[in-house]
Design a protein. Structure first.
Length: 237
C-alpha cells in the first residue's frame, strides 16, 4: 500500500494573523529606541568632551611634549568625562543595532539587506568608540605624574582622543540603509528616510573623504533624531 505525502499549507486566517502580529510588533514602543536616544546623547557628549581635551592642539605648547603633558594634567576632568560618555556609547550601541535590525526586518522584504547593513554600521561606530577610549586608563592619571610617563607617548594619546572617537562613518552607512528602507519599502516613516538620506548621507561622504573626522559631528545627530523618531512617533511606516 503506497501513500502520497502532501505539503501542509497553513490556513489563510492563521497566516494572515501571523503577518498582522508581525506588523503590529514593529510599531510597539521599544526600549532599544530609547537606548538609541541615550546613545545619541552620549555620542554628542563624546565629541564635546573630546573637543575640550585640547592639550595637543594648544598653539602655545605645540612641539613641546613635556609642556603638552602639563596642559593635559589640567584637563583630567574633561578626559574622565570623555571616557564615561564614550564607554556609555559603546555599551548602548549593540542594543540599538539589534533593535534596529529587528525593526527593519519586520517591515522590509525577507531578502532585504537594509536591516543587517544598518546594524553593522552601528557596530562599527561602537568598535571605533571602544578603540578611541582604549588608552584612557593608561594615561588618565599618569599625566599627573610626569616622572613615570614618557611625554611623547602622552602626546600620541592626546591625538588618539582627538581622532579615533570621531570615526562615525558607520552611522552614515546605517543612515543610508534606513533611508532605503523608508523611501523604497516604506518600512519606517518617510521623514526618517529623508533624515537618513541627508544626515546619514553627509556622514558617509565625510567619513569617506579626507575630512573623515567631521563625520563625528553629524553621525551622533542622525542617531539622536532617528531614535527619537522611532521612540516617539513610530506607529505607522
Amino acid at each position: 500500500m503506497s501513500t502520497t505525502a502532501h505539503p501542509v499549507v497553513p490556513a489563510p486566517g492563521r497566516a494572515a494573523g501571523a503577518t498582522s502580529e508581525r506588523a503590529d510588533s514593529a510599531h510597539r514602543p521599544r526600549g532599544w529606541a530609547w537606548a538609541g536616544v541615550a546613545a545619541g546623547v552620549a555620542g554628542i557628549g563624546t565629541i564635546v568632551t573630546s573637543s575640550m581635551s585640547t592639550a595637543v592642539y594648544d598653539a602655545t605648547v605645540q612641539g613641546d611634549a613635556p609642556a603638552i603633558v602639563d596642559v593635559m594634567a589640567g584637563q583630567v576632568p574633561q578626559l574622565i568625562a570623555f571616557h564615561l560618555t564614550t564607554m556609555a556609547t559603546v555599551a548602548l550601541l549593540p542594543v540599538v543595532a539589534a533593535g534596529l535590525h529587528r525593526r527593519l526586518r519586520a517591515t522590509t522584504p525577507a531578502d532585504s539587506l537594509t536591516g543587517p547593513v544598518a546594524a553593522i554600521g552601528l557596530v562599527l561606530v561602537a568598535v571605533a568608540a571602544l578603540m578611541g577610549s582604549g588608552l584612557d586608563t593608561e594615561f588618565l592619571f599618569a599625566v599627573g605624574e610626569p616622572e613615570v610617563l614618557v611625554p611623547e607617548a602622552a602626546v600620541v594619546f592626546g591625538h588618539w582622543v582627538g581622532t579615533i572617537p570621531w570615526l562615525w562613518v558607520g552611522a552614515g552607512i546605517s543612515g543610508v540603509a534606513v533611508a532605503v528602507a523608508a523611501l523604497r519599502h516604506r518600512a519606517v516613516p518617510r521623514w526618517l528616510g529623508v533624515v537618513g538620506l541627508v544626515l546619514g548621507g553627509l556622514t558617509l561622504l565625510l567619513g569617506i573623504s579626507p575630512l573623515q573626522y567631521m563625520a563625528g559631528m553629524t553621525g551622533p545627530v542622525w542617531l539622536l533624531v532617528t531614535m527619537l523618531g522611532l521612540a516617539l512617533g513610530d506607529r505607522r511606516a
